[in-house]
Design a protein around this ligand. Sequence first.
Ligand code: SAH
Ligand code: DHB
Ligand code: MG
Length: 248
Amino acid sequence: MDTPRASSERQQVSTNLNYALSTLRARLAQDRWTEVDRYIADLFIQSDPVMDATLRSSSEAGLPPIHVSPPQGRFLMLLAMARGARRILEIGTLAGYSTIWLARALPVDGRLVSLEIDREHASIARANIARAGLSGRVTIRVGSALETLPKLLGEGQGPFDFVFIDADKPSYPDYLEWAIKLGRPGTVIVADNVVREGEIIKARSTDPNTQGIRRFNDALATNDRVIAIEIQTVGSKGYDGFAVALVK
Ligand code: SAH
Ligand code: DHB
Ligand code: MG
């Protein structure tokens, strides 16, 4: 029989060990996802000085490494190509990495508008887009997207064939409404970060990002204007997910 004290010490050791094990398991899983992403990229994605320079410029400028992964970028390009997109709207530019992938799906007379709140991000992105030879097809609009979106409607910039939502998470429910309003039947809408390492199932989460995405997911699932689903993803960017919707 244990003394109460020995028992409590043993419990503490067991708790610590379980914590260390789950941390280690998570790290091993992430290493594997990153290695498989590299394997996939090596198979399907040619080495590309423009993309390399874009990611380098982003990290050298101290921007957060929250761009899509190379396979995700190619997936976006492929979806936009499958849609035959001629007009693309992106919400959240950062250094223009996903922008360049999407713009490569466009025909020469196609157009992409990307919305970015941060002037410095926009200026880095413009340089990257110029280096990619895509300045003629891509316009970056600086400002809060919720202010720019009504302007796009007023200017008659739509309808867009493809919309990529990847900016501030609390505004996702509004971005969905705008994507539909600026779209037309057949428009494909993709949204990044809808799973958030599984945090998304926590109804009582106090994280405003998680709550924003939860409201977006509810709205997407119940909106009669779209047919939609979400797919969980793992890879070099961790465990997350994409929403994909088609405007009816
Ligand atoms: N799509 C990019 C990553 C975007 S990161 C890629 O995959 O390469 C999110 C970006 O959204 C950041 O640059 C951030 O400044 C921008 N952002 C955040 N809030 C915004 C808002 N309200 N309006 C427009 N852009 C916003
Ligand atoms: C964050 C934002 C993103 O769009 C993303 O893909 C990953 C992380 C963030 O704000 O932390
Ligand atoms: Mg994202």
